[in-house]
Design a protein around this ligand. Structure first.
Ligand SMILES: [Ca+2]
Length: 287
């Protein structure tokens, strides 16, 4: 699937005190990879529920789950999960044919207004007598709704995703022998909350990172740097951008969209802004 580049709701970057006049977006460049292995990845097809996805939970009455036309990142719809309590988890799932031994990149855009998201991939098989399991996870939580917010803690002091903004979930994983199918799950993990998902993407092999930055005048871009999340080493440096540059858009073929980075943007006569990729507060678990 092609992740639409235009018409997206651009989210601004938080500085320490106020919203910055910059929109920074980074995501897997699906155009460079071509096919999406997921069906109905933007949740546009279906009447009561999205085609090709199934809803699963052990306590159905704990959830409201379905298509949403009010909140979407692209097209006309997203898929929605409202969890009334933390008693149970619930997920939208889809099973996909894969090739053992190959590396895959899974990503999805999510809006989390409260609660905890879990995006995970599972698979199970037997290699001789040995049971083989795949269980790889990405968690994202939101400080809003926490019992101490906003009375004792300001929302911006809470670690985790900011509510009302589209966040990118990303996970790279390798399919163990002998699995030929895996199941992708997007949903709520044992916490009261509300969330939406849109533009899921699963592809085999390497996938480059695309970075798009837009400055609202009079702000202008000076330079863009992408750093390794762990070491801080600069992996890409644009050098000085043209005078009064308002936009920067580039696919970085050497940077894997399945890894973690800091994107740092210097502005002309203004502060430097930074953004974590894939999302602030995203936690990975498993292979
Ligand atoms: Ca959509």
């Amino acid at each position: 699937m092609r992740i639409p580049l235009l018409g997206l709701v651009c989210c601004t970057v938080a500085s320490f005190a106020a919203e910055a006049p910059l929109a920074i977006r980074a995501f897997p460049d699906a155009d460079q990879r071509g096919s999406n292995l997921l069906q109905n990845p933007s949740f546009e097809a279906g009447t009561d529920a999205p085609d090709a996805w199934r809803w699963g939970t052990a306590i159905p009455e704990n959830f409201e789950a379905g298509l949403s036309s009010d909140v979407k990142q692209s097209g006309n719809r997203s898929v929605h999960v409202l969890s009334h309590s933390g008693r149970m988890s619930g997920y939208w799932s889809q099973t996909v044919a894969v090739r053992p031994g190959r590396s895959y990149l899974l990503s999805a855009w999510s809006r989390l207004d409260a609660g905890r998201i879990l995006m995970f991939v599972t698979g199970r098989g037997k290699l001789g007598d040995r049971e083989v399991k795949l269980d790889t996870r990405a968690y994202l939580f939101c400080g809003r709704g926490h019992m101490l917010v906003p009375v004792f803690l300001k929302p911006e002091y809470m670690y985790g995703a900011r509510s009302g903004r589209w966040n990118l979930l990303v996970r790279r994983f390798t399919v163990p022998e002998p699995l030929t199918a895996v199941t992708v799950h997007l949903g709520s993990y044992f916490q009261q909350g509300e969330m939406w998902f849109d533009d899921a993407y699963l592809s085999e092999g390497p996938c480059p990172l695309r970075v798009q930055i837009r400055a609202a005048p009079p702000a202008a871009l000076k330079s863009v740097r992408v750093e390794d999340h762990e070491t801080g080493q600069a992996l890409f440096d644009s050098g000085p951008l043209p005078a009064r540059a308002g936009e920067f858009a580039r696919t970085l073929p050497d940077l894997d969209a399945g890894a973690r980075y800091y994107i740092r943007v210097a502005t002309v006569g203004g502060p430097e802004y930074s953004r974590e990729y894939p999302a602030d507060g995203l936690k990975w678990e498993g292979e």
